[in-house]
Design a protein around this ligand. Sequence first.
Ligand code: 13P
Length: 254
Amino acid sequence: MKEGRKPYIAGNWKMNLDRSRALDLIKTIKGRLGDGNDREVAVFAPSVYLADVSAVAQGSPLGVGAQNLYFEREGAFTGELSGAMLREVGADRVLIGHSERRHLFHEPDDWMARKLRAALDAALLPVLCVGETLDERKGGKTDRVLKRQLETALMDVVAGEIRRLTIAYEPVWAIGTGEVATTEQAGEAHAFVRRWIAQKLGTEAGEAIRILYGGSVKPDNVKALMALDDVDGVLVGGASLKPDTFLPIIEFDT
Ligand code: 13P
């Protein structure tokens, strides 16, 4: 965390909760949220609940996002959702390239730039997820993988758009496994991403971009992660599904 970059705490609900539990959870979070001046809080909800969740969140600084979008505006793309559709039901942001999309659903690298463009064009705030698998890390390929994912996704992004973009570093081996990256591993990967952004889009962009860490974030490790200079927030899966675990993460003290 560094002065000038507002901490960003986000929950990715994935394919969890039902409508009534999602609404209870969002009400609880809303009730505990301050004025949003010192931290940004958001949830990425299943798309079918976005309208209801965003209706509850309205009037608060809570962000509500979708977990995925398709890059075309409309057409014969059965099962897919456009940025405009997500926006219409109240999403103000969207995850792009989550590792589950990349690995379970085989979304190719070259879709990411198009998804990013579609999100920005629909006035959604994209969170681009990047991260290496265990094999890639063991093979010493972490930097190479991050570089490839950043290069392919950000090829059309210009420096002026950087304030609307967030990057999430989520090592695949740390997602849902209980195995969190060490502060050294997270620190190195985040610094690598920031350096890459600075080289590609300028020093100012490198300083401004927020980089979240994701992968087994829990109430007891959030503080150590947030203490790292280049970690500007967290993207939380399992622990974002219950107030008991998500509220202490939101309210971590600096
Ligand atoms: P977990 O916090 O359950 O490891 O999930 C992380 C994640 O994938 C957030 O997008």
